[in-house]
Design a protein around this ligand. Structure first.
Ligand code: SF4
Length: 71
């Protein structure tokens, strides 16, 4: 499969190897399945550092300064 496939630059690609990421298979967080890299996909969203951070915050939450000082 070509490295030009959309999945390799998609925000929804999950690179954790235990989820199936390699050159032949990608774990898609949007579809919640392992897929073959796509050259066309209606759900594709180009990844950016900002987008990755938003997704991390949505998944794991954000700790505010107040939360850190409450203990
Ligand atoms: S949303 Fe589409 S392009 Fe993005 S990782 Fe999933 S299958 Fe690939």
């Amino acid at each position: 499969m070509s490295r030009d496939a959309l999945c390799f630059s998609c925000l929804y690609k999950d690179e954790r190897p235990e989820l199936g990421f390699n050159s032949e298979l990608i774990y898609c967080m949007k579809k919640e399945i392992v897929v073959r890299p796509k050259i066309q996909c209606d759900l594709y969203m180009r990844t950016t550092e900002e987008g990755r951070e938003e997704m991390r915050n949505a998944m794991y939450g954000v700790i505010s300064d107040n939360d850190l000082h409450e203990e």
